[in-house]
Design a protein around this ligand. Structure first.
Ligand code: AMP
Ligand code: ZN
Length: 465
C-alpha cells in the first residue's frame, strides 16, 4: 500500500517515497522555545507524528529531523526580562516541550538540532548567497536576501513579489525598510542591537545573529542533504517562511530543495483563532487540569482532516474519552481471543480499510470511522478473532499513535502536590544553572517530604518514596 499525500507545491495528491530508495528523509519546522507550546502547535506536531507512524507502518524507513528555534526576538526578549541566559531560559522550555511530546505519545525526531548550536552552518549559507550576489549587506550592517536577483521567488505560495506585504510574523527588524534595497528583501543576518544584550555572534559582517528563516535551510540540508523528500509545517509557515527557505537553499545549491511540501491547517477554538488576547489558548497542562488525559487530547487533535482547520471544543474531549473507552474494551476482547492461531487476508487483514484511509492523504477521520465499524462487527462475532486480528489491530493503533492503556485512577497514582512540583522545577532550574549546592538543598527538601526525583536526559519525574 502506497502513502499518498497532497503536495502543496503542485496541489496534487502524490505518492510519498524515498528518493534514494532507502530512507524517507523529512524535516518539520519545530517550536520556538520561549513558553509552553499550545494545543494548536501540538495539532501540527501530532499529525506530523501520525504521518511518520503511518509511513513506517506502510514499510518506509524514516529519518525525521525537527529543529528547536532557540534564538529569535521572542526568546531573546523574554530571557532578558527573566534575567536568565538564553541557554538557561530556552533549556527550561525545551524540557517542557519534550515532556508534553512524550505525554502525547509523539515519537522523538531522529535528530533535533538547535539553532544556537548551528551558527557556523548558518553563516556558511549566508556567505554562499553573498558569493552568488543573492545577498547584500545594507547600511544598518544587516544582511538581506536580494529577491530581485532570484527569479523563481514565490513558486510555492504563488504569491508575486508585488503582493508581498510587510511580514505578518513580526520577525524582521522594525526599521528594515529604511535599510533594505527593496521592501520585500528579508533578513539573513541581523546586526547586533543593544537590546539583544550578550546575545551576539561574530561573522564576516560584524556581530549579530542569523535571521529566523536561515536556520531551517542550514540545518535541514546539513542532516538530510541539499535535496530531500519532504518538508512540513503549519499553514502559517507557507509564506514567507517556507518560500524564503526555498530561495535561500535553491539560491545557494542550484538544486531542488524539497520535492514534497506538507502543510497542516490550524486548530481553532470555539470557532475563533486561538490567541492570548481572546483567552482561548490552551496548553496540555490546562487540558489535564480539566480532568482529561493527553491521549484524549491526541485523539481530538488527529481526528479531523489535516487540510481542514479543526474547531476545538471541550465537548470533543468528552467524545474522545468515550471513543477511547470503546477501543480499550475491544483491546481486552482481542487479548482474550488472540490465543487462537489464525491468518487474515491482505496486508492489514480486517483492518485493511482503516489503513487504506490513512494511506489516502492521511484521512484519519475516515480511518477512525472504518475502525469503529470493524470493531462493532468483531464484537458481534468474536469467534472470528485470531492472533492475526490482534497483530493487525496493533499496527493500526501504532499508526494512530494510541496506547490504549487503562487510565490510572487517583488512588493508584498519588497526585504530586503543587509545592513538591514547584520545588522540583526550582531544583531543575538550579541544575541548569549549574548551582549544584542549591539543587542538593532542594532535593533534600523533596526527599524529606516523602518524594523522590528521578532525572533523565531531558527532565525529571517525581515519584512517591
Ligand atoms: P512556532 O513555535 O510558533 O514556531 O510554531 C510551531 C508549529 O506550530 C509551526 O509548524 C506552526 O505552523 C504551528 N502552529 C502555530 N499555530 C497553530 C495553530 N493554531 N494550529 C495548528 N498549528 C499551529
Ligand atoms: Zn522552519
Amino acid at each position: 500500500m502506497d502513502l499518498i499525500l497532497t503536495n502543496t507545491a503542485t496541489g496534487q495528491k502524490e505518492r510519498v517515497y524515498a528518493d534514494d530508495g532507502k530512507t524517507l528523509r523529512f524535516y518539520c519546522c519545530g517550536p520556538t522555545v520561549y513558553g509552553p507550546a499550545h494545543i494548536g502547535n501540538f495539532r501540527t506536531f501530532t499529525i506530523q507524528d501520525v504521518f511518520r507512524r503511518t509511513a513506517e507502518t506502510l514499510g518506509l524507513k524514516t529519518m525525521h529531523v525537527r529543529n528547536l528555534t532557540d534564538f529569535d526576538d521572542k526568546t531573546i526578549r523574554r530571557s532578558q526580562e527573566e534575567k536568565k541566559s538564553l541557554i538557561t531560559f530556552t533549556d527550561y522550555w525545551k524540557n517542557k516541550f519534550h515532556r508534553d511530546c512524550e505525554a502525547l505519545n509523539n515519537l522523538p525526531p531522529h535528530i533535533e538540532p538547535s539553532a544556537l548550536a548551528h551558527i557556523p552552518e548558518q553563516i556558511d549559507l549566508i556567505q554562499g548567497l553573498m558569493d552568488k550576489g543573492l545577498a547584500y549587506q545594507a547600511g544598518d550592517k544587516s544582511v538581506y536576501f536580494r529577491i530581485s536577483a532570484y527569479e523563481s521567488y514565490g513558486k510555492l505560495s504563488g504569491l508575486k513579489i508585488e503582493d508581498r506585504k510587510e511580514n505578518a510574523d513580526g520577525r524582521l527588524n522594525a526599521d528594515d525598510e529604511y535599510a533594505k534595497e527593496d521592501f520585500s528583501d528579508f533578513a539573513l543576518w541581523k546586526a547586533w542591537k543593544p537590546e539583544d544584550g550578550p546575545n551576539k555572534w561574530d561573522s564576516p559582517w560584524g556581530p549579530g545573529r542569523p535571521g529566523w528563516h536561515v536556520e531551517c535551510s542550514a540545518m535541514s540540508m546539513k542532516y538530510l542533504g541539499e535535496s530531500y523528500d519532504l518538508h512540513s509545517g503549519g499553514v502559517d509557515l507557507l509564506f514567507p517562511h517556507h518560500e524564503n527557505e526555498i530561495a535561500q537553499s535553491e539560491g545557494c545549491t542550484g538544486k531542488q530543495f524539497v520535492r514534497h511540501w506538507f502543510h497542516l491547517a490550524h486548530l481553532m477554538v470555539d470557532g475563533a483563532k486561538m490567541s492570548k488576547s481572546l483567552g482561548n489558548l490552551y496548553t496540555l497542562e490546562e487540558i489535564e487540569a480539566k480532568g482529561f488525559t493527553a491521549e484524549e487530547l491526541r485523539y481530538v487533535l488527529i481526528s479531523g482532516h489535516y487540510r481542514q482547520s479543526l474547531n476545538f471544543t471541550l465537548d470533543s474531549l468528552g467524545a474522545a474519552k468515550s471513543a477511547l473507552t470503546k477501543l480499550r474494551k475491544f483491546k481486552s476482547l482481542l487479548e482474550k481471543h488472540a490465543k487462537n492461531d489464525g491468518e487474515e487476508e491482505g496486508e492489514f487483514g480486517v483492518f485493511g480499510p482503516a489503513m487504506e484511509a490513512m494511506a489516502d492523504d492521511l484521512n484519519v477521520a475516515k480511518a477512525l470511522g472504518q475502525l469503529f465499524t470493524i470493531v462493532a462487527r468483531l464484537e458481534k462475532n468474536p469467534e472470528k478473532i485470531c492472533s492475526a486480528t490482534a497483530e493487525n489491530f496493533s499496527k493500526t493503533i501504532y499508526a494512530l499513535g494510541l496506547k490504549l492503556e487503562e487510565p490510572k485512577n487517583q488512588s493508584e497514582e498519588e497526585l504530586v502536590p503543587v509545592e513538591i512540583q514547584q520545588l522540583a522545577e526550582a531544583r531543575w532550574q538550579a541544575k541548569l544553572n549549574k548551582d549544584w549546592a542549591e539543587a542538593d538543598v532542594l532535593r533534600s527538601k523533596i526527599t524529606e517530604a516523602g518524594w523522590t526525583i528521578k532525572d533523565s536526559k531531558d527532565g525529571f519525574e517525581i515519584l512517591k518514596s
